[in-house]
Design a protein around this ligand. Sequence first.
Ligand SMILES: Cc1ncc(C[n+]2csc(CCOP(=O)(O)OP(=O)(O)O)c2C)c(N)n1
Ligand SMILES: [Mg+2]
Length: 590
Amino acid sequence: MNDATEGPLDQPDLSNQKIYGSDLIADALREQKFPYICLNPGASYRGLHDSLVNYLGNKTPEIITCMHEEHAVGIAQGYAKVTDRALAVAVHSNVGLMHASMGMFNAWCDRAPMLVIGATGPLDAAQRRPWIEWIHTTIDQGGMVRGFTKWDDQPGSPEAAVESIRRGVMLANTRPSGPVYVNLDVSVQEQEITTRPQLDKFAHFPTPDDAEPPRAALDAALELLKNAKRPFIFCGRGSRREDEWQNRIALAERVNARTATHMKLAAGFPTNHPAFVGETGWRLKGAVHDAVTSADVVVMLDWLDAGNTLKLAFPPGTPRPPVIHISNDFHLHRGWNMDYGGLPAVDVTIPTVPATAVAALLDGLGGAPVPQDPVTWHVDRPAAQGDIGLMDLARAFYHASQGHALCITSRPLGWPQNANDITHPLGFLGHTGGGGLGAGTAIAVGAALGLRELGSDRRTVAILGDGDYTMGLTAIWNAATLKLPVLFLIANNHSYYNDEDHQIKVARRRGRAEENAPIGQRMEGPAPDLAGLARGLGLEAPEPVTDLAKLPAALDHALERLQAGAAIVLEVRVRQEYIGTPLVALSGAF
Ligand SMILES: Cc1ncc(C[n+]2csc(CCOP(=O)(O)OP(=O)(O)O)c2C)c(N)n1
Ligand SMILES: [Mg+2]
């Protein structure tokens, strides 16, 4: 529905009944066509909750009841990672927002759009119920999340709330995307409406299209690329659209570039393309380092922390090739957190998203790309039996996943680079964004929900550490409530091993006892029963895998169940280590 004055769809005729502020607000959610609203309930928005259920009939949006506000936000983040679109979330006054805030920070760093609706007791003290509504009332609640939201508001009337939701969703979805927060005063929700206000048609508030590149910058970039012999493309952030993906491939083929992707960002280039040199984190090593430093032009497609990447590859004062920087991320750079990274030293800036810039570059270059045949990596199978290392799990998963169209929503910190075939924009969704532990479960649920909305058969796999899994545990319940196919593959080392590894390094540097590194890091005594916890939340969970010999069959079984539609947890006990040889040695030679 494109007209907020049309009233609700598919629900009983309430025309002779009273309506309330929250009914208008519910209409504003429906016109956005949000299929779902993820929430944990609270009295501060009991008015809106009633409108969602009894006025809209719990449809468009339908409520997803979550066990924690952080999960509600995480589901919206996963959904946005797949669909590039905001989903709605509702959180209780202040305490709910406090719980939601880490997830909102993750979404902010991940440039994931979402509309978070919050609530407050009446700002007008004369209307507050004693005690509870005084606790619910916080001056400037949005201030709590303002450093990591694109915008926030606290509208003073139902009509203003409609405008606020329209503005908020438009801002959230406009790239660079991010979360927005709209805080609803109880009095605004609960006031009776005597006359429905006239509103402008919804169609007049579209999300703006991504900007086209400015002519002069585009011409300068084309000039560099036409003369380049060894260009290198850092394939950073982009949409999940297949046409954008194909254009990136065409650009690399057209200019005979080499490419890399970022292990913390969603799929940016097919890993089986001959132009692909490898996945990288912030440290450039091996073939990727060699290909970058021998390039004669560098193109950065909205790369994560482009400034520090360039500085590491070409320290200030050393010779470097011209850099074409394509990003509009600077629109989001704020003072609260430094997630924007270093200031990149560049030669040409194209201040828009890669999608429009790459398409324009292809147009300007003319000529046809030279398609190249996919390459097949050789990954050894893991040794036959015994206890299991993370590298063994990565190898075994690589082999088990062949032939399955998967959407890998996360990988634990120690997961090796280049350990997965990623041949589709939905093949891998990157990292949590802000590094907030506990998000992996909810993001997977949201991703599976997004895939279902898109009508995709691609199946969701979240590869999680036991720390991430246990912190976000109850979010897996939503995979069961929503009947979503998700495989949570847990690399259980009974430890927050990332930090154990840090303690080992600190002890070595300080000449202190390395053997004390596990203190304060282990989940033992008793070790939580990860599979049992999953069963308790309504998921399938086979017995944990402890022997490498049994791992391939366990993975095959889990993937079969996933294909059949199951929500399943497979716990694999792994050694407390991050070491191992790379899975593949990719050739980066020109
Ligand atoms: C909310 C939050 N708390 C603490 C941390 C610090 N931290 C980063 S990784 C990590 C350990 C993760 O453990 P697990 O998921 O089991 O993976 P492992 O390191 O064992 O591979 C911790 C505690 C964090 N990133 N976020
Ligand atoms: Mg662990």
